[in-house]
Design a protein around this ligand. Structure first.
Ligand code: MG
Length: 509
């Protein structure tokens, strides 16, 4: 076939990318070594996307290509801080902590003002993030033992489906870097929950103090690495029983950047959970002593640097337009640690509490070209990541109750989302519920203070739009709101199936 014939044939074929069928403006054709003849429809219908057709035609030497098909499996990066409060970032209003990389991420992406972790402490919030379910469904919560400890025998149950396992069904390379805290025994570590690679601490950095360290609070403020012995794990093996915590953020960051570069040609999922700013605080020499906000500010400056390294790598590898990066925190600031404890900004209380400061956290979504720069005031949850990422990756959701919803209409500006009330649990007990702007407290208690639980009947009711600091009880004026919240709680409770807790049993560490 000569060039003129090729040109005429090219002009007669019009491909619509993503169309269920090949559409043509002329006769349907096929090619044989004897020339051109009409093609049967069944053969044409094999080409259900433009990319495969382009490859076919290219092999025939037709010399033109259909536009590239849109990528259906974006890379997904979740960066998760530990005990970072709602008010701790420059872009959330902190006056002295400097976070230029996170501020730029927020300026280029979508910053949520009403973004929630599903729990007020580490273990249950991480279980919820990775499964899209309230921890009470997986047994990853307990009223007395609020997190897994270094002698716990339990962990995330094997029959829970993590976001990593879900994305593996769509061909993703997966890695977890940093603090896990969903079970430290080998059978509970990330390689048994869908992650191809893992490097990090199995639980909090304060959970294995040295026998020689002083007792009490002062060891948290001493900045002595030899007081702490939480091991560093790679895969399922301890690679350093006593890592230098001043180097952890840098170590994690180098691991994360290496993973992104190694997997830039395949879709990847990176779950990057920082150890800090959980106490005891440590920063490397590059950042120590530089912040006007003291050591806490130094630690956040290094964490912010790490976020910048990840985003710069995504940009420099040409991945920005096919990578969703999310930044959030597992719970509010640990206020009992004073200047080492961060800030919840205008919100009440902090870590350990079901007041807003315990569970409302920063939430930043970044995807240049897909997510328009904006501030989002609709409510969203870390549990939403499971169904949202499933949809973006084209994965099928598991047949089980999920508590998050797909928020891609919010992210892409295509619509709103329907959601029922949000439940605030402390341990395995429901303390509060939010429906629209209204939040009802059935029980209140400070995160770590000496007070016991106070039960409220009727519940205390706050309007979070008019009163984000939860100061003025409006229950007497809003009985119908309380009735609607009671209905939502009844629906939620009816959906629960009792499961054994994973947080109570212990073994020798
Ligand atoms: Mg935490």
């Amino acid at each position: 076939m000569d060039d003129a014939s090729q040109a005429r044939l090219s002009d007669r074929i019009r491909v619509t990318v993503g169309s269920p069928r090949l559409r043509t403006r002329g006769r349907i054709i096929t090619f044989t070594r004897h020339g051109v003849r009409p093609m049967n429809w069944p053969l044409v219908s094999q080409f259900r996307d433009g990319a495969r057709l382009a490859i076919f035609l290219s092999c025939l030497g037709l010399g033109f290509a259909a536009p590239a098909a849109p990528r259906s499996r974006p890379n997904i990066v979740i960066i998760y801080a530990d005990d970072l409060g709602y008010g701790d970032l420059g872009c959330y209003g902190h006056p002295t902590i400097r976070t230029p990389n996170l501020d730029r991420m927020a300026t280029e992406g979508m910053r949520f003002t009403e973004f929630y972790s599903a729990a007020e402490v580490c273990t249950p919030s991480r279980a919820a993030l990775l499964t899209g379910r309230y921890p009470v469904r997986s047994g990853m919560c307990h009223d007395q033992f609020r997190v897994l400890r270094n002698n716990s025998s339990g962990g995330l149950p094997k029959d829970e489906i993590t976001l990593a396992e879900l994305l593996k069904t769509r061909g993703y390379a997966t890695a977890m870097v940093g603090k896990w805290h969903l079970g430290h025994r080998p059978e509970h570590l990330p390689p048994h929950h869908g992650f191809d690679e893992y490097r990090g601490l199995p639980y909090s950095n304060d959970m294995q103090p040295s026998p020689d360290s002083p007792k009490g609070r002062e060891r948290f403020f001493a900045e002595r690495n030899d007081y702490w012995q939480t091991p560093l794990i790679q895969g399922t093996n301890v690679v350093n029983p006593h890592p230098d915590q001043r180097q952890l953020t840098r170590d994690y960051t180098e691991t994360a950047v290496r993973f992104i570069r190694q997997h830039k040609r395949s879709p990847f999922f990176l779950y990057f959970a920082h150890t800090f700013p959980h106490v005891p605080l440590f920063a490397s020499g590059t950042f120590r002593g530089k912040s006007a906000a003291g050591l806490y500010g130094d630690v956040l400056a290094e964490l912010d640097w790490s976020v910048g390294q990840v985003l710069d790598t995504v940009r420099s590898e040409g991945l920005a337009r096919r990578t969703l990066v999310v930044f959030s925190s597992d719970n509010g600031p640990w206020l009992v640690y004073d200047q080492h404890g961060g800030s919840a900004g205008p919100l009440r209380e902090g870590k350990g509490s079901t007041w807003e400061g315990g569970m409302r956290v920063p939430g930043i979504f970044w995807w240049p070209g897909r997510i328009q720069p904006s501030v989002q005031h609709e409510m969203a949850l870390t549990m939403d990541l499971f169904p949202t990422c499933a949809r973006l990756a084209g994965a099928t959701l598991p047949d089980r109750p999920l508590d998050g919803v797909d928020i891609s209409p919010l992210l892409f500006g295509t619509g709103t989302v329907e959601r029922d009330a949000f439940m605030y649990y402390r341990g395995a007990t429901l303390y509060a519920a939010r429906l629209g702007p209204w939040k009802a407290h059935f029980i209140t208690r400070s995160g770590y203070g000496p007070d016991g639980p106070s039960t409220h009947n009727p519940p205390w009711l706050f309007h979070l739009g008019e009163d984000p600091g939860e100061k003025w009880d409006r229950a007497a004026q809003q009985p119908e709101v309380l009735a609607r919240i009671a209905d939502a709680v009844a629906r939620h409770r009816a959906s629960l199936v009792p499961v054994p807790t994973q947080l109570a049993e212990t073994v020798n560490p």
